[in-house]
Design a protein around this ligand. Structure first.
Ligand code: 3PG
Length: 390
């Protein structure tokens, strides 16, 4: 695809779609990771002499009206302070914003507009008419075909990928399309059913598929182990067997934990006991992988060529059940492998164990990151590809 870095933006009206959809509680931004990741693109476009209108959605408001709870007001304040200049928030940006080269404004929540979610053609054309160059930089929203991520790219005079989107696609490509092997992928999470496409796709490409959480319990049950009261999907046992057989047929594996950390209640104060995998009691829940399993997996991660990490392997929010996830995080940090991490829980674990600067690339995508791991084409990227083909 065409990249923003290939273009001369001097004097151009540039419309930049970013994913500034950050968590806001009582008007305060509780994680600015996406904003920090988006900032270099804006600085670069301004340095290149563009007039910049940046747009994003926030939350899932109803279309057709302004919803103060989903306003980008806190984001405008954050950008103003980060850029050291006022970034005005424009409510009616769709009617056009007069900006000089080197000036920047933020358009209010794209999802306030009727037609945004539906990828409406008239709205897409209107957005396209506001710019000379459309820059798609919202990796986190690239799995949504909406007017501001998809339709506009069809009609804009020039449509390209912004630096953040390009960096995300490069990192994901390096990790999954041409990985240095062995490729180890960690997939945590509660349900096989919600990560079915992902597990199926990864079973075709990964050498080691390391599982945790409820997903691991389902694979354990499929292998005939008793998992007590653990979160487990009894209707997914055959599916789990098929996925494991598939990766094993390629010479890879889904290693099952040989020990686990259990408790009879789900709480931070619960009394944690380490059990061999065939000794889990009927009234117990598996809440983490055990120390032996963690050490074994950590050794595998250290000798991997590439590591992709999505999801914790235990209830790491509770210290008694954080050991497995911490051991894997430390192993990734100590490994020479190219590592790629993404997903909300994973980012929280990375923060908790302070390994952010030892991870090769941390994705800003949630759902988009998962869809990429599922092997799906992201519609916003597909549109840029079709524009590049002409
Ligand atoms: C996300 O946070 O995953 C993206 O910003 C997309 O948001 P959405 O799921 O509301 O489309």
């Amino acid at each position: 695809v065409l990249r923003m870095s290939d273009l001369d933006l001097t004097g151009k009206r540039v419309l930049i779609r970013q994913d500034l959809n950050v968590p806001v509680t009582h008007g305060k931004i509780t994680s600015d990771a996406r904003l920090r990741a988006s900032l270099p693109t804006l600085k670069l476009a301004l340095e290149k002499g563009a007039s910049v209108l940046v747009i994003s959605h926030l939350g899932r408001p109803k279309a057709g009206k302004v919803d103060p709870d989903a306003s980008l007001t806190p984001v405008a304040a954050w950008l103003s302070s980060a850029l050291g200049r006022t970034v005005p928030l424009i409510t009616n940006w769709i009617d056009g914003v007069a900006l000089e080269p080197g000036q920047i404004a933020l358009g209010e929540n794209t999802r306030f507009l009727e037609g945004e979610k539906k990828d409406d053609e008239a709205l897409s054309r209107k957005m396209a008419s506001l710019c000379d160059v459309y820059v798609m930089d919202a990796f986190g929203t690239a799995h949504r075909a909406e007017a501001s991520t998809h339709g506009v790219a069809r009609f804009a005079p020039v449509a390209c990928a912004g630096p953040l989107l390009a960096a995300e696609l490069d990192a994901l490509g390096q990790a999954l399309a041409q990985p240095k092997r062995p490729l180890a992928v960690i997939v945590g999470g509660s349900k096989v059913s919600t990560k079915l496409d992902l597990l199926n796709n990864l079973a075709d490409v990964a050498d080691q598929l390391i599982i945790g959480g409820g997903i691991a319990n389902t694979f354990l049950a499929a292998a005939g182990y008793k998992v007590g009261k653990s979160l487990c999907e009894m209707d997914m046992l055959d599916t789990a067997k098929e996925i494991r057989a598939k990766i094993q047929a390629r010479g890879g594996d889904i290693p099952l934990p040989e020990d686990v950390v259990c408790a009879t209640e789900f709480s931070a104060e619960a009394h944690a006991v380490v059990r061999k995998i065939d000794e889990v009691e009927a009234d117990e829940m598996i809440l983490d992988i055990g120390p032996k399993s963690a050490a074994k997996l950590a050794a595998q991660l250290k000798s991997a060529g590439t590591v992709v990490w999505n999801g914790p392997v235990g209830v790491f929010e509770f210290d008694a059940f954080a050991g497995g996830t911490k051991a894997l995080a430390d192993a990734i940090a100590a490994s020479d492998a190219f590592s790629l991490a993404g997903g909300g829980d994973t980012l929280a674990a990375i923060d908790k164990f302070s390994v952010a600067d030892k991870i090769g690339y941390i994705s800003t995508g949630g759902g988009a990151f998962l869809e990429f791991l599922e092997g799906k084409t992201l519609p916003a990227v597909a549109m840029l590809e079709s524009r590049a083909k002409g």
